[in-house]
Write a protein that binds this ligand. Structure first.
Ligand SMILES: [Zn+2]
Length: 293
């Protein structure tokens, strides 16, 4: 959590969606100095600098947030991508377990853990001190994703440690896993969506309760200002950039036409907003009080 000697900042945000209660938790953040090329490898420096200027952002600095979501339904408690946990690479991340306590939920109450994909910020907290962090939870992950990280397909050098972490953390939990395909129902009202490309089997999600919709985009978009300004721009962490662009176009299009609230793991906390189609592209419209009334 935030160092109490520094500034206090919002770390937990809750709202209702029909019969669901949604909780976003700030697992932490990284500060970086490489808005270009981190957020868009195939954009030019001047293009990204212009976006930063337009949004009054301090180029080339950026804050990359990690925002896991919990959904409480009438009969389940679902934790999406529960952050880094104790494996956080520094003190500005890995706050999830302490903050979860503050929400009043206990890790033992979690019935399902949904993993959007196998990158470290999304899987590392499945295990704490050698034991499952969520003792009673079924783990849901796409079959394509599991097969990719446990197989022998070629990966870029920087993903070597990711494959190793996946082997150490997810593989020992395989007997607790439910392997799903896109469009599968996870629990009533919660459906997986194909968002392949950021990783081999990366998934987004659609939630609906009592006629109210919400989409969880996971890592389909990476930076609130850059990623939506040009859907052809490739996030440097995309494992298959061309496929990620195709998925981004489809999922962002769905998000914009639904006019539903959107959550995405790396949006600025509390990571709730809307995606609006503009003349030529899209933009992130942060939620203000819509979820409170
Ligand atoms: Zn991520």
């Amino acid at each position: 959590m935030t160092d109490s000697r520094k500034n206090v900042r919002p770390e937990i945000y809750q709202f209702g969606l029909g019969n669901f209660k949604i909780t976003n938790i700030l697992d932490g953040y990284f500060h970086r100095e490489d808005m270009h090329p981190f957020t868009a490898m195939n954009a030019s420096v001047s293009e990204i600098e212009a976006i930063a200027k337009e949004h009054l952002l301090p180029y080339p600095k950026l804050e990359h947030n990690f925002v896991p979501t919990l959904i409480e339904t009438p009969d389940s408690l679902i934790a999406f991508d529960p952050g880094f946990g104790k494996r956080a690479p520094g003190p500005t991340a890995g706050w999830y377990n302490q903050l979860l306590e503050k929400t009043g939920y206990s890790p033992d109450e979690v019935t399902h853990v949904v993993i959007s994909h196998g990158h470290p910020d999304h899987i590392a907290n499945l295990i704490t001190d050698g034991a499952p962090t969520f003792k009673h939870a079924e783990i849901i992950i796409s079959r394509t994703e599991y097969e990719f990280w446990t197989g022998n397909s070629a990966i870029p050098d920087f993903r070597g440690p990711t494959r190793q972490m996946f082997q150490e953390i997810v593989v020992p939990l395989a007997d607790r896993c439910r392997f799903i395909e896109p469009d599968a129902s996870i629990v009533e009202g919660l459906t997986a969506l194909n968002a392949f490309g950021h990783s081999a089997g990366h998934m987004a999600f659609h939630a609906e309760s009592d006629g109210n919709e919400l989409m969880i985009l996971s890592d389909t978009i990476a930076h609130y200002a850059v990623s939506l300004a040009n859907l052809e721009w490739q996030f440097s962490m995309d494992d298959n950039p061309e496929m990620a662009v195709e998925s981004r176009k489809r999922i962002v299009g769905m998000a914009a036409s639904s006019k539903a609230p959107i959550i995405a793991f790396h949006m600025p906390f509390p990571s709730v907003g809307y995606i609006e189609q503009t003349n030529s592209n899209f933009r992130w419209v942060p939620s203000t009080y819509q979820m409170n009334i």
